[in-house]
Design a protein around this ligand. Structure first.
Ligand SMILES: [Zn+2]
Length: 163
């Protein structure tokens, strides 16, 4: 765990053991609540055991009016998209090799990210009403994006302190 955070921060783990390190602050933030802990383990530690509990907790962010099974499928899909956002063709490289030439990846137009459409999401969560899918993902994407923003803000602040 410390090694992965240290790598993200470019920090040295050989510091004085009694001094508070930047990565200690990042870790403290990430482990401030259960969902944050699980999200960190899923995305940054590739911990498969954290996926199911993270998905179940994320499902609680959706309105109670939907069936539990539907909320769980939506949360699982949102989590999968968040953990593995890269383009399925170039795997994030943004370009592909065609013959002897390198070209901008035609699947993602050089973004390196997979573009999920409502139809693809609807199929993944097994619903026919494609029009409903988008707004559900807005809520889940907001939760996941807030986590990313908070982690990035803390990492940035710590990096500024190191300079
Ligand atoms: Zn691509």
């Amino acid at each position: 765990m410390r090694e992965s955070v240290a790598a993200a921060l470019g920090a040295n783990l050989d510091d004085d053991p009694w001094r508070e390190r930047p990565l200690d602050r990042v870790a403290a933030f990430c482990f401030a609540d259960r969902l944050g802990t699980l999200l960190w383990r899923c995305k940054y530690q590739n911990d498969a055991k954290a996926y199911k509990p993270a998905s179940l907790l994320l499902a609680r962010e959706l309105p109670q009016g939907m069936t539990l099974g539907f909320r769980r499928r939506l949360a699982s899909q949102a989590l999968t998209e968040w953990i593995f956002p890269v383009c399925r063709r170039c795997f994030g490289a943004k370009e592909v090799v065609i013959g002897n030439l390198r070209a901008t990846c035609p699947a993602c137009n050089g973004l390196g990210l997979h573009r999920w459409g409502d139809l693809e999401r609807a199929r993944a969560v097994k619903i026919r009403d494609v029009a409903r899918i988008g707004r559900h993902f807005v809520r889940l994407s907001t939760v996941l994006a807030e986590f990313d923003r908070s982690v990035a803000a803390i990492v940035r602040a710590q990096l500024e302190r190191l300079q």
